[in-house]
Ligand binder design. Structure first.
Ligand SMILES: Cc1cc2nc3c(=O)[nH]c(=O)nc-3n(C[C@H](O)[C@H](O)[C@H](O)COP(=O)(O)OP(=O)(O)OC[C@H]3O[C@@H](n4cnc5c(N)ncnc54)[C@H](O)[C@@H]3O)c2cc1C
Length: 411
């Protein structure tokens, strides 16, 4: 018996094709984007070209016009796309649209697929996701936005949302709201498709965050909006997955999301460590190069260890995902670990660069401000740790050992 870490040849081939696409087309195209009009023109040109080469929606099944890649191959491709901010956009693989495309494929009605999914698949529309409110985030069951049935035709929504990413460039919004107050807690909420712009869904502002933004950030959809929902009329046929199913529809996205974010984190951390290595091999203090100092070597060693652990975690998750195995425990462990890993490695690279690391002359400062959100989005650290810890105790009570909850089935 052997443990096989080999990436399949087809996955390597598609990764290579996408790598070339990003280097030959997306990175040079960035130069041509100076404002909204040029951005739209460049994205349209790239998309036409990408689609002609079958580089279109790597994660979407072939019958829906995508490339039909499995979790591992898709994650490898996403990592390449992360090299350019036009990468994912060029192949219609950008977040947060990607997650909703998967939701509509899995849970949409024929009507919803025809009316809402089709334009998303064709790259003609964009969609955002509005669940979080000022009133509730990690525990979304505290949501206050309500949806009340008005006859058989419509629901009327009232409330507020915030941190809806890309809302200001979206043509559609997936909005979660309470449809029931009596039933079990997780069955009181439903998801609605809202067509934008809409007088009942008013974007009050794009929230300023700690993340460093460039002049094009909001044109591309990098903003996070605060929204007022007032007497918003939504046709009953726009409810996704049925009434009360708002919380039941996320599981199928688990591997997709984790592998995608995880790969991005690894790519960023690797680049940060390379920048650190390039710097310490040149910089001299107190008569010696920094790379000759054991304290500095230890810092590099810690980063290398964390990167290695992260890569192994992702490979294991990809393996479980490819085989359709339950990976919720590993997923939560990796979610927290990878977010801390990238934070630690970028922070170390900044430290070793000294004031240069704190400046905007390297990309490190911008990365640092962006990745802080990783410990909050998709469930904050503490909520995942809470679940992981409970599973550890549960495993011990069931089996007399915690091994089953700590990757014990690996060895
Ligand atoms: C960059 C970014 C993009 C986002 N995009 C979207 C989007 O597109 N759509 C959307 O709907 N939402 C989005 N969000 C919101 C995100 O999902 C929430 O921020 C997240 O769920 C946490 O909710 P909260 O901010 O209300 O924190 P809270 O729920 O108020 O929690 C605050 C803190 O309390 C602690 N905590 C919470 N629960 C527990 C517990 N059980 N045990 C111990 N400690 C706990 C944690 O430290 C947590 O960080 C985005 C957020 C960010 C930062």
């Amino acid at each position: 018996m052997s443990i096989d870490f080999e990436i399949p040849a087809e996955a390597k081939a598609v990764r290579e094709k996408v790598r070339q696409w990003v280097h030959d087309e997306c990175i040079p195209a960035q130069e041509r984007v100076t404002d909204k009009a040029s951005y739209e023109k460049v994205v349209a040109e790239l998309r036409a070209k990408a689609r002609a080469q079958d580089l279109w929606m790597p994660f979407v099944p072939k019958e829906y016009g995508g490339m039909g890649l499995g979790p591992l191959a898709n994650a490898l491709v996403q990592m390449e796309l992360g090299e350019s901010y036009l990468g994912a956009l060029s192949m219609n693989s950008q977040g947060p649209d990607d997650a909703t495309i998967l939701t509509l494929i899995a849970h949409g009605t024929e009507f919803q697929k025809e009316k809402f999914l089709k334009p998303l698949l064709n790259g003609e529309k964009r969609v955002c996701y509005s669940m979080t409110e000022k009133a509730s985030g990690a525990d979304a069951t505290g949501m206050r936005t309500t949806a009340v049935k008005d006859g058989n035709e419509n629901y009327i929504l009232n409330g507020e949302k915030w941190f809806s990413s890309a809302a200001s460039v979206a043509d559609l919004a997936l909005v979660m709201a309470r449809t029931d107050t009596e039933g079990p807690r997780h069955q009181q909420f439903s998801t609605f498709i809202v067509e934008l712009p809409n007088p009942g869904y008013k974007i009050k502002r794009d929230i300023e965050t700690m993340a460093m933004e460039g002049p094009l950030s909001h044109i591309v959809g990098g903003g996070h909006s605060e929204i007022e929902i007032k007497d918003l009329v939504v046709p009953a046929e726009n409810i996704v997955g049925g009434e009360g199913k708002g919380f039941d529809m996320g599981q199928h996205r688990l591997a997709y999301g984790r592998l995608r974010h995880g790969m991005h984190n690894i790519a960023m951390a690797q680049r940060a460590l390379d920048l650190a290595a390039a710097h310490i091999t040149k910089r001299e203090t107190f008569g010696k190069k920094l790379d000759e100092r054991q304290a500095v070597q230890f810092m590099m060693a810690e980063c290398a260890s964390q990167l290695y652990i992260s890569r192994l975690m992702l490979l294991h998750i990809a393996y479980k995902a490819e085989k359709g195995m339950d990976m919720r425990q590993e997923n939560s462990i990796a979610k927290v670990y990878l977010a801390h890993m990238v934070h630690h490695v970028v922070d170390t690279a900044i430290q070793l660069h000294g004031a240069l690391g704190y400046s905007r002359d390297t990309p490190l400062a911008a990365w640092y401000t962006h990745i802080r959100s990783q410990r909050l989005v998709d469930g904050p650290d503490e909520v995942h740790r809470w679940t992981v810890g409970r599973n550890v105790i549960k495993a011990f009570k069931a089996n007399g050992t915690t091994a089953g909850a700590c990757g014990g089935d690996l060895l």
